[in-house]
Write a protein of this length. Structure first.
Length: 481
C-alpha cells in the first residue's frame, strides 16, 4: 500500500501538542492518521472531514495495531467500490496483510470484523448469489404485518417495565434490547438468549481485547441453535437456511445467522437511539413529526442520512493495481467504506441542513450487490418500536441537559451511551401472548414457494389499533406549552 510521505515540517516552539492528547496520538506510522484512539473516539465526523481536506475522497488510515487501509470518503467513490466486485473483492483472503505479518490473526481484535468467514459477505459472483439467495429467503418469509406483531409485543413489554417510574434510560432499557429480542425470535432462539447476546455484540463491535472471546460466544450459541433446529425445525430463519436449495453446510448456516444477528442488531439499535435523541432534543424535528410535515418512516430516513448506524463498513480488497479518488491502490490493499462521510459529501449534499427525509439514496446500508438484505426489517423494527414508545409516552422529554449526553465511538460505529428521559407515570398495559408462527401456505404450483405468513392469520394477530395516535396527543401537548 502506498501512502503520502510523512510531513517533516518543524512545528513552531511551544505549539507541539503534549503527549497523550488527541492531536498528538492521531498521527501514526509515516504520519498516516489513526482511525482509532482518542481523536477518532471524540469526533469521528470531524476526523473524516480533516482526512477529506488533506487527501480528497480516499485517504490512507491506520486501524488498531497500525494496520494500513484506505478510507473511502466520497459518495461516488463509495458507490464505485461497492459496485465493482471484480476490482474490489469482498474476499479478505487476498489481503497482503495476512502474509506480511502486519496482523496477528490469533489475537487481533480486528479479526471478527475483517477475517474471512463462510458467509455471503466474504464471497463474490456465483458463490455470493448462492449464499445470499438463502439469506434473502430466510428474511422474506416474514411479511411486515406478521413482523410488526412480534415487535409490538416486545416493545410493550419493555415499556411496561419502566412506564410507572416516570423516568427511563432508553438506550439500556429500550433501544439495545428491542432489536435483539426481535432478531432472536426470528432466528428461532429463546428470548432469554437476548441479554448475553446484547453484551457480546456490543463488545465485538467495540474491538476490545475481549472481542475474540465475544465472537466465540456468539458462534458457540449459534452452533447450539443449528444442532437444535436440525433435530426440530420451525418457522424461523435458521430452519429456512437449512432447508434452502442452496444446500448450506451447518457451518455456513451458523455464520449466516451470526451475520444477520450482529449486523441487524448493531444497525437497528443505533438507528433507534439516534432517532429518539432527535425527538427529545430537536424541537424542529419533533414539531415536524407532530405536525405531519414528516412521517416517522421519513424521520428514520433523515437520521440514516445524518447519522448512519454503521459509520465505517469493512471491507473491500483490491484484486489488482488501480486508481481511486486520486490515490494509487495496489493489489491486495484493504479499503473501508466510510458511509457517514459519503452521506455528507458536498457532491451530493451541498447544504447538509437541507432536509432529505424523502430520499433513500444514502449509503447507510451500503450499495451494490452487497447492499444490506435486511434493511427493511431494520426499518420496521425502528418505525414500530419508536411509534409504540411515543404512543405510550407522548410527553417524553430529555431528563438531563443535552450537552451531558455522551457517545462511545469505535472504528466502525458511534453509539449513544445513554438517553435519560422523563414523562408522566403511567400504568402498564396488559398485552396478549403471541401465538406460535403458523405453517407456511402450500405452494400454488409445482415450484416450491417462499414460506410466508398467511395474510388472514396476520390480520387476526395484529391486535387493536390505539384509539388516539401519538402524533395527535403530542400536538395537544405542544399547544399547551
Amino acid at each position: 500500500m502506498t501512502v503520502p510521505p510523512a510531513d517533516h515540517t518543524t512545528a513552531e516552539p511551544g505549539l507541539t501538542p503534549p503527549s497523550g492528547c488527541p492531536a498528538h496520538t492521531a498521527a501514526g506510522v509515516d504520519g498516516v492518521t489513526r482511525l482509532h484512539g482518542a481523536a477518532a473516539e471524540t469526533d469521528p465526523m470531524g476526523l473524516y472531514e480533516k482526512l477529506r481536506a488533506a487527501h480528497g475522497p480516499v485517504a490512507p488510515v491506520l486501524l488498531d495495531g497500525d494496520v494500513r487501509a484506505w478510507l473511502v470518503l466520497g459518495y461516488l467513490e463509495n458507490r464505485d467500490v461497492a459496485s465493482r466486485s471484480t476490482q474490489f473483492s469482498r474476499d479478505p483472503r487476498i489481503w497482503h496483510g495476512w502474509k506480511s505479518g502486519e496482523i496477528d490473526a490469533t489475537t487481533s481484535p480486528l479479526v471478527p470484523m475483517i477475517g474471512w468467514r463462510p458467509d455471503c459477505v466474504c464471497a463474490d459472483g456465483e458463490e455470493h448469489q448462492r449464499l445470499r439467495g438463502a439469506v434473502t429467503a430466510g428474511l422474506n418469509q416474514f411479511d411486515q404485518r406478521g413482523l410488526r406483531r412480534h415487535i409490538t409485543r416486545f416493545a410493550h413489554q419493555l415499556v411496561d417495565e419502566f412506564c410507572e417510574s416516570g423516568n427511563a434510560e432508553l438506550v439500556s432499557q429500550f433501544t439495545e434490547h428491542l432489536p435483539m429480542l426481535v432478531l432472536t425470535q426470528l432466528l428461532g432462539m429463546p428470548d432469554e438468549y437476548g441479554p448475553k447476546l446484547v453484551h457480546a455484540a456490543r463488545d465485538l463491535f467495540k474491538g476490545t481485547e475481549t472481542s475474540l472471546a465475544s465472537n466465540a460466544y456468539v458462534l458457540e450459541t449459534l452452533e447450539q441453535l443449528v444442532v437444535a433446529k436440525r433435530a426440530l425445525p420451525g418457522q424461523d430463519i435458521a430452519s429456512v437456511l437449512m432447508a434452502h436449495p442452496a444446500d448450506l453446510t451447518d457451518e455456513e448456516v451458523q455464520h449466516h445467522l451470526r451475520l444477520i444477528l450482529l449486523a441487524g442488531y448493531e444497525t437497528t439499535a443505533n438507528l433507534m437511539s439516534n432517532v429518539l435523541r432527535m425527538v427529545v432534543t430537536d424541537p424542529r424535528f419533533r414539531g415536524s413529526l407532530a405536525g405531519g410535515q414528516m412521517t416517522l418512516p421519513e424521520a428514520v430516513e433523515q437520521v440514516l442520512w445524518d447519522e448512519p448506524p454503521l459509520m465505517v463498513c469493512p471491507g473491500r480488497w483490491a484484486t489488482g493495481d488501480t486508481s481511486l479518488g486520486g490515490q494509487e491502490i495496489k493489489a491486495g490493499d484493504m479499503l473501508l467504506l466510510c458511509l457517514a462521510a459519503g452521506n455528507v459529501d458536498k457532491a451530493v449534499r451541498p447544504d447538509p441542513s437541507t432536509r432529505v427525509h424523502h430520499n433513500r439514496a444514502h449509503l447507510s446500508f451500503s450499495a451494490g450487490a452487497h447492499e444490506c438484505p435486511g434493511q427493511d426489517i431494520s426499518r420496521v423494527i425502528a418505525d414500530t418500536g419508536i411509534d409504540i414508545l411515543l404512543t405510550r409516552l407522548p410527553d417524553i422529554g430529555l431528563a438531563v441537559p443535552e450537552d451531558e449526553l455522551t457517545w462511545r465511538s469505535t472504528t466502525w460505529s458511534r453509539h449513544l451511551t445513554a438517553l435519560p428521559v422523563k414523562f408522566a407515570s403511567r400504568s402498564p398495559e396488559a398485552q396478549d401472548v403471541l401465538t406460535p408462527l403458523p405453517a407456511p401456505p402450500p405452494p400454488s404450483s409445482g415450484v416450491p414457494a417462499e414460506p410466508q405468513w398467511a395474510v388472514a392469520q396476520s390480520e387476526l394477530m395484529r391486535g387493536p389499533e390505539p384509539r388516539t395516535s401519538w402524533r395527535a396527543r403530542l400536538r395537544r401537548l405542544l399547544r399547551r406549552r
